[in-house]
Ligand binder design. Sequence first.
Ligand SMILES: NC(=O)C1=CN([C@@H]2O[C@H](COP(=O)(O)OP(=O)(O)OC[C@H]3O[C@@H](n4cnc5c(N)ncnc54)[C@H](OP(=O)(O)O)[C@@H]3O)[C@@H](O)[C@H]2O)C=CC1
Ligand SMILES: O=C(O)C1=N[C@H](C(=O)O)C[C@H](O)C1
Length: 265
Amino acid sequence: MRLVVVGADGRMGRMLVRAVAEAEGCTLSAAIERPGSPALGQDAGSLAGLPPLNVAVTDNPLEAFAAADGVLDFTTPAATIHFAELAAQARIVHVVGTTGLSEDDREKLKAASYHARIVQSGNMSLGINLMAELVRRVAKSLGDEFDIEICEMHHRMKVDAPSGTALMLGEAAAEGRGVDLKAVRVSTRDGHTGARKTGDIGFATLRGGTVVGDHSVIFAGAGESLTISHHAADRGLFATGAVKAALWAHPKPPGLYTMADVLGF
Ligand SMILES: NC(=O)C1=CN([C@@H]2O[C@H](COP(=O)(O)OP(=O)(O)OC[C@H]3O[C@@H](n4cnc5c(N)ncnc54)[C@H](OP(=O)(O)O)[C@@H]3O)[C@@H](O)[C@H]2O)C=CC1
Ligand SMILES: O=C(O)C1=N[C@H](C(=O)O)C[C@H](O)C1
């Protein structure tokens, strides 16, 4: 499968280049960065700490997508929506790891998925996707006498909050309870907040250092609490998941898929 990595000089982009180079049945057909990036013209393999792959970074996604079977995209919401339009025109697979997407962005991805095979997930790891299934089940079993709080910590450079993963876990908890997350979500608390409202789902965001990604969902009841946690030690696992998603989606019909579909949950 010929894969393009967009945002190839980013933290995830470099991991994706490595994952493609190491995956059986995949080749890196192009590496894209934004116009003006200092990475333009450099070898994508060298940027990723590998021997040269003879793939120079360019700012021409149109040409790259026309000669590819799929694109791995961990960039920014604006860039992802632009790439979704191009991937739909080229009828290729689009794996979207970018977080911080708005409702409007999601609508645009949905529209693009009439032509492209899109796999979108706030987290491409096996562990988090399994955790979301567990959270759904526990939330369904426990009822709202158990308060749900979601805590996440990421590195100091992360720009969106709560994390895409935290929101995904919140959606799973809300689904388990049969409620709409938007109606019960509490993402900030400061000052005299009053007592916690029954049924709220709270989010706490921590940022610091080089933390790859830690997530906990706490079910706090009367006299007992249950916590489900995940610790990501290396962002290579998200990249491996993204390549797996691309290979899975290659023979599928156009549509908007999730990592849970890829993993068969
Ligand atoms: N779903 C998952 O499993 C995971 C998702 N993520 C998400 O992936 C995204 C990226 O994270 P991370 O790698 O840490 O961020 P980085 O900022 O390190 O990487 C993003 C890269 O995309 C580039 N970029 C921005 N706009 C464009 C454009 N129009 N064309 C081409 N390249 C562009 C940036 O270039 P420049 O810096 O020059 O602007 C940068 O190199 C975030 O939303 C993050 O939350 C991260 C890990 C796992
Ligand atoms: O920005 C990151 O680094 C990460 N982003 C994703 C998120 O927002 O959940 C996934 C992972 O936790 C790392």
